[in-house]
Design a protein around this ligand. Structure first.
Ligand SMILES: [Zn+2]
Length: 359
């Protein structure tokens, strides 16, 4: 037997030498490939259609037919190994690129930006604070429809058909014959007609009047209405409650004063003023006059009075047995004074940059 190998073995070992040499060159080319483009050019050079492996395969065609299958198998095995090598190099390059990006992008010791917490809208806060004062004193919070009949919005509140407030210019009438309520007062009637005295309610909600939008007016505004009816109720009770509410929403030193006024549904009637929180009631600030109150020391927040006997009668109550007070205070007014704002539109624009400052 000594030393005489079959001829195909020597061909295969020759081929193996070629493959080993090719493999070594491939490995050193891969070691030089530092990015995806370089890697691709290595792949094309060795394994591409016109690459070195293709040239090698072509040589197999010139081998004796009996040896071709074995030669093809050896080449395929080598190619499989090299393809894995290329894939591994590709993965390593991608990992390195990602690591480089992460090194730049993430510094885990960098302080995080402060979390942005939401907050209640200034109008909502003003309304909730005003309601909370009365709720703690046993008042029920009552909500009503924003669409009302003329009866509840006007007639039952002693506002006769010839009253200026009923002219089309002041109210939004709907096609159905209803109108958008011009105040929250219809809920006085609806509550009294549904419940016998005593009554103690507040009604927060939207009201509508045909005003053009400007710094002081809005066709939609929010009110909180109060109503208390029981035997022996008088204006002193009203003043005490309004003073308490003003202290809740503006601060502990608030005072309240009444100015005589007229409303069809109260008698007597009074405008409600409270101490200007901007200047503490003095009307002046270190730098001159107080802008919030125009130097008066007082700001008007709403209207009030003793419930008119006609309104009590219309609701089924006997004015000889019970009496009551009612008030309506503007929520926008509270929010504007609280935040020293001179334009009501800011409250409706909902610019997050402004709301963040008011939070
Ligand atoms: Zn003032």
């Amino acid at each position: 037997m000594g030393g005489k190998l079959p001829r195909w073995r020597s061909i295969i070992s020759q081929l193996a030498d070629q493959l080993n040499a090719l493999g070594e060159r491939l490995v050193s080319a891969l070691a030089e490939a530092h990015d995806a483009a370089a890697l691709e050019s290595v792949r094309v050079r060795f394994l591409g259609r016109s690459g070195e492996v293709t040239a090698l395969r072509r040589g197999i065609g010139s081998l004796p037919p009996a040896e071709r299958p074995e030669a093809g198998k050896v080449v395929n095995e080598a190619v499989t190994v090299w393809e894995r090598l290329l894939a591994a190099t590709d993965a390593a390059l991608q990992r390195r690129a990602l690591d480089a990006q992460l090194d730049v992008a993430i510094d885990v010791t960098f302080p995080a930006p402060p979390a942005r917490a939401g907050s209640l809208h200034p109008l909502r806060r003003a309304m909730e604070d005003a309601c909370a004062y009365f709720e703690r004193r046993g008042f029920a919070v009552v909500l009503g429809d924003e669409m009302e009949t003329e009866y509840y919005n006007f007639d039952a509140l002693n506002i006769p058909p010839d009253h200026p407030a009923r002219e089309g210019l002041d109210s939004f009438y709907l096609a159905s014959g209803l109108l958008l309520r011009t105040h929250t007062s219809p809920m006085q009637i609806r509550t009294m007609q549904a419940h016998p005295p005593p009554i103690a309610i507040v009604v927060p909600g939207k009201s509508y009047r045909r005003d053009s939008m400007d710094a002081r007016h809005s066709p939609m505004f929010n009110q909180i209405e109060g109503l208390m009816v029981a035997p022996g109720i008088n204006m002193g009770h009203l003043k005490g409650m309004l003073t308490g509410m003003c202290r809740e929403v503006f601060g502990p030193n608030q005072a309240v004063r009444f100015r005589p006024s007229f409303f069809p549904f109260t008698e007597p009637s009074a405008e409600v003023d409270t101490t200007c929180p901007g200047c503490g009631g003095s009307g002046s600030l270190a730098g001159g006059g107080c802008k919030t109150c125009g130097g008066a020391g007082w700001i008007e927040i709403g209207g009030s009075g003793m419930v008119h006997p006609e309104v009590l009668r219309e609701s089924g109550y006997d004015p000889e047995l019970v009496s009551g007070w009612a008030f309506g205070v503007g929520i926008e007014r509270i929010a504007m004074v609280r935040h020293d704002m001179d334009d009501i539109r800011v409250l409706f624009e909902n610019d997050p940059r402004v709301l963040e400052q008011l939070a």
